[in-house]
Design a protein around this ligand. Structure first.
Ligand code: ATP
Ligand code: MG
Length: 426
């Protein structure tokens, strides 16, 4: 008896057909838009020394305390599959000695991330993020512009409707110290009602309780003080300036004092692009300013700001996913396959996609081309072979025409009907 079919690991998925096309479409849009804003793309390893994340994300963050895929490798080192890419990018900035020159650097990335979470719609154990980071810029325009690039991507993908930027400030260290004290007082007064997790957060990092998803915690959070009255004049002015630039850049924003980031390294601006179209998984893009992270990696003080977005969540919002052109079908009768292969290869070298079945009668080859929804066919039947011609056929309309069996007449026919680009590659 055959073995039962193997399944992908829980929380992972195969990207095939439309799923892959959506995925690719999101990443290419992000790559194109960030290039317009002056970003260069980096790729860092998908695993790092565990310390890269444990130190920077904060020991008490959900990600570090429960979600990391960490293991000891055969050499006895503790390795972690990256749960996010900001720590890796900052580590790379420091490792490659890039902290002193050419700042600010604007970095775009895209790739898989790994978190041990309960899988559900829009939440996976291997998922993908695109992200943008401005490294080495302390100015509020950097915050506003990186956000504007994110918004531009959403607009380009046609999914900005119903999405709003929720924004908050976490202030500077002085503001946060004062605010933390007020939060501790509030949560201590309601300590009995807090979840076990939040009791721990209260001792270690009370601000994180604001981000809790527990129902009971949320009720207590609802009456907690906001940071606004605790902001220093400088922190306030910074936030106002970010908001003003966002207005100029045309990004619709809504202040939300409950936005805090789940990771420890943030200060000043914190934001999320939120939609009401994805239920509980409504955050599609999230980020903020992290002025202390590069130092954490052993580099000099380097102010940074950036965001990350879930490719799966963005994909779910897409209405229509563009299909690339299908290859031109080469259809050959017995005896014509050599010439057909030559023509096919010449076309491919010229930049025209084409494909040919490995076997089957002319009729079977036509069936295959139709099934694959190929638009154009180049047919080499007995007649064509005898006269050194091919029949060019539009499979949608049935229109066909004989042309000489040579690259240029074939290409010309295809170009005239949109079956190939205007310009043949040299
Ligand atoms: P959430 O509150 O939904 O758990 P998060 O605060 O953990 O999100 P971030 O670490 O800010 O998320 O990651 C940025 C984005 O990455 C999220 O807004 C979301 O779109 C996406 N994302 C995060 N975790 C997952 C996951 N497990 N599966 C799919 N996408 C995810
Ligand atoms: Mg999470």
């Amino acid at each position: 008896m055959a073995n039962p079919p193997l399944q992908p690991v829980r929380g992972t998925r195969d990207l095939i057909g439309e799923d892959f096309r959506a995925h690719h479409h999101v990443i290419s849009a992000a790559r194109r838009v960030t290039a317009l804003y002056g970003y260069e793309e980096w790729a860092t390893p998908i695993f790092e020394a565990t310390g890269v994340f444990a130190r920077s994300l904060g020991e008490t963050s959900d990600v570090v305390s429960k979600e990391m895929y960490s293991f000891e490798d055969r050499g006895g080192d503790s390795i972690t599959l990256r749960p996010e890419n900001t720590a890796g990018i900052c580590r790379a900035l420091v490792s490659n000695g890039l902290t002193q020159s050419n700042l600010p650097r604007k970095v775009f990335y895209a790739g898989p991330m790994f978190r041990y979470e309960r899988p559900q719609k829009g939440r996976y154990r291997q998922f993908h993020q695109i992200g943008a980071e401005v490294l080495g810029a302390a100015e509020p325009l950097a915050d506003a512009e990186v956000i504007a690039a994110g918004w531009h991507i959403l607009v380009d993908l046609g999914i900005s409707e119903g999405v709003v930027l929720e924004i908050n400030t976490l202030g500077d260290a002085e503001s946060r110290d004062a605010y933390r004290a007020a939060l501790v007082a509030h949560f201590t007064a309601h300590q009995d009602g807090l979840s076990a997790d939040s009791q721990v957060r209260l001792a270690k990092n009370p601000m994180r309780i604001l981000d809790s998803k527990d129902e009971g915690d949320r009720r207590i959070v609802a009456t907690a003080p906001t940071i606004e009255p605790f902001l220093t004049e400088k922190a306030s002015a910074f936030f106002e300036s970010v908001l003003r630039h966002l207005d100029t850049l045309g990004v619709p924003t809504r202040k939300n004092p409950r936005i805090v980031r789940g990771l420890d390294y943030y200060s000043h601006t914190a934001f999320e692009f939120v939609t009401d179209r994805l239920g509980a998984q409504g955050t599609v893009m999230a980020g903020g300013r992290y002025d202390g992270l590069v130092e954490e990696m052993g580099g000099p003080a380097t102010p940074c700001v950036g965001w990350a977005a879930g490719v799966e969540r963005l994909s779910m919002l897409l209405d229509d996913i563009p299909r690339g052109p299908t290859p031109v079908a080469i259809i050959a009768a017995e005896g014509g396959s050599s010439l057909a292969i030559e023509i096919m290869q010449a076309l491919r070298r010229g930049g025209i996609a084409c494909d040919m079945a490995y076997k089957g009668s002319v009729k079977r080859q036509f069936d295959r081309a139709n099934k694959k929804k190929m638009r154009f066919a180049i047919v080499l039947g007995g007649d064509e072979i005898a006269t050194s011609t091919v029949t060019m056929r539009d499979l949608q309309t049935g229109v066909q025409e004989r042309v000489p069996a040579a690259l240029y007449p074939i290409a010309e026919w295809l170009v005239a009907r949109g079956g190939a680009d205007q310009q043949l590659n040299p």
